[in-house]
Design a protein around this ligand. Structure first.
Ligand SMILES: Nc1ncnc2c1ncn2[C@@H]1O[C@H](COP(=O)(O)OP(=O)(O)OP(=O)(O)O)[C@@H](O)[C@H]1O
Length: 293
């Protein structure tokens, strides 16, 4: 079942349109009929458990993998037939870093600035943006994990791409570094860019994403704003223990259950009541078929 509204609206002009995407590794379908539109100027989160197909979807968007079936367009261009038109439009932050270890941070960026034909001035701007100015002249081999990931982001921003893809950009980052990344992503979106990130972090999604697509086993299971998903799926439950020792659970969003609970209380059978709220974390686990308690 797909929750939310996955149907592309004909009236808007999406940055990215994924239509019936399948990607097979041998006979295994890592992405299994994924359809969704990502709007221009939104910060979109692809959320899902390990092996859901998030990175494989990104690989199609960055031209590393061809669709087995289905169609993907970026800014109206087909990723298979019109790749040359798409390539200059995006920046990509991989989940694994690949810096030149013996080069300084600055030299790493200069190398890529030349490759992208970006002005050298952008190197200084991007180093400043990710707060690496002070470490700019040190070799990357001495950088912390957070510094390395911020350098990856700086690299992806050099040519001021209209679209930014990030594969788990804040994995293993401390709070400050994660906040620097979040701030930069929101700034890019405010400047009109479209940002797509994959993550396992539901707090991150709630904090910065405009919309989220939850994927599981290569399929889309929900698509909406984090707030709408939360409101739609948050469950309130009352766990009741009767004097007899019997345990009952009442769904506090259902009229019939609330009435039954009131009657049980009035009849004097209730020894204790505990209320619980299943939040976005629980929603995610429920939608992806994982148990929660
Ligand atoms: N090169 C490959 N060859 C074979 N199977 C692969 C390959 N890459 C990925 N897979 C499989 O495809 C499925 C989806 O992988 P993918 O990396 O897209 O998931 P993911 O949602 O990004 O997971 P994670 O959160 O763990 O990074 C997994 O079952 C994975 O084992």
């Amino acid at each position: 079942m797909i929750v939310g509204d996955p149907t592309p609206s004909p009236s808007h002009d999406p940055a990215i349109r994924i239509d019936g995407l399948r990607v097979h590794y041998g006979s295994f379908a890592a992405v299994d009929g994924l359809s969704l539109d990502i709007r221009r100027g939104e910060l979109f989160g692809l959320l899902g458990p390990n092996g859901a197909g998030k990175s494989t979807t990104i690989r199609v968007l960055i031209g590393q993998r061809q669709p087995t079936a289905g169609r993907v367009t970026v800014a109206g261009h087909d990723v298979v037939r019109e790749w040359a038109a798409i390539k200059p439009l995006f920046g990509y932050v991989p989940d694994r870093e690949n810096h030149f270890e013996e080069f300084t941070g600055r030299r790493n960026l200069e190398f890529f600035a030349d490759l992208y034909a970006a002005p050298r001035l952008r190197v200084r701007d991007c180093l400043r943006m990710v707060e690496l100015e002070e470490a700019a002249n040190l070799p990357v081999r001495g950088y912390s994990l957070g510094m390395r990931r911020k350098l990856l982001l700086a690299r992806a921003l050099l040519h001021e791409p209209k679209i930014l893809y990030l594969d788990e950009p804040t994995a293993n980052l401390d709070i400050h570094s994660a906040e620097v990344v979040h701030r930069i992503l929101r700034e890019r979106v405010a400047a009109g860019a479209t940002v797509v990130l994959t993550t396992h972090d539901m707090d991150e999604v709630e904090k910065i994403c405009d919309r989220v697509g939850i994927v599981c086993k290569g399929k889309l299971v929900a698509l909406d704003s984090p707030l709408a998903l939360k409101q739609e799926h948050t469950e309130r439950q009352a766990d009741v223990i009767l004097h007899s020792g019997e345990r009952l659970a009442f769904d506090m969003d259902a009229d019939a259950d609330r009435q039954r609970l009131a009657e049980t209380v009035r009849a004097g059978h209730v020894a204790s009541i505990r209320t619980r709220e299943f939040d976005f974390h629980a929603t995610f686990l429920k939608l992806t078929g994982q148990s929660f308690e």
